[in-house]
Ligand binder design. Structure first.
Ligand SMILES: [Zn+2]
Length: 152
């Protein structure tokens, strides 16, 4: 396990709000990204902050479309942003969301986004769900999508 991952897991255990704490930073970035959501049809706004192994944070928000099918979730938006930037290895993602941008509960990723995570991340990739600045749940990808599809 690399040093950055070990530090991140330690910060997740602390559950404190400190400057320089990457877990807290990811949650903060996710909240900021949520404000940019384009969700005029569902009014359900979601933000995601994805930590690349290169140390960069890639944000995403959901972008809806009146034709519905072209709608893209915040998580996939963040992943595709990262891939377009040349990053294909990741440590963790923080996700927040709620009706009208008010976060009242955890916002787990949809099945399609879980499959996209599986494309780029190993089974120990961390998924951080937050419903307040200090209230979070952390999963490993293997828990959210067991027996995932792989073309091999
Ligand atoms: Zn999704």
């Amino acid at each position: 396990m690399n040093e950055a991952r070990m530090r991140l897991e330690e910060q997740l255990r602390q559950k404190t709000l400190e400057k320089g704490n990457m877990a807290d930073n990811l949650v903060r970035f996710a909240y900021d990204a949520m404000k940019r959501a384009y969700a005029p049809y569902s009014n359900f706004m979601v933000g995601a902050a994805l930590l690349g192994r290169n140390g960069k944070i890639y944000i995403g928000c959901n972008v809806e479309n009146s034709a519905f099918s072209p709608t893209c979730c915040a998580e996939r938006n963040a992943f595709f942003h990262a891939v377009a930037d040349g990053c294909r290895k990741f440590e963790a993602i923080a996700i927040v969301g709620g009706k009208d941008g008010k976060v009242t509960d955890y916002c787990p990723p949809c099945g399609v986004c879980r499959q996209v995570m599986t494309e780029f991340c190993g089974p120990s990739f961390l998924v951080i769900l937050s419903r307040s600045a200090t209230d979070r749940k952390v999963f490993q990808l293997r828990e959210l999508l067991p027996e995932s599809f792989k073309l091999s």
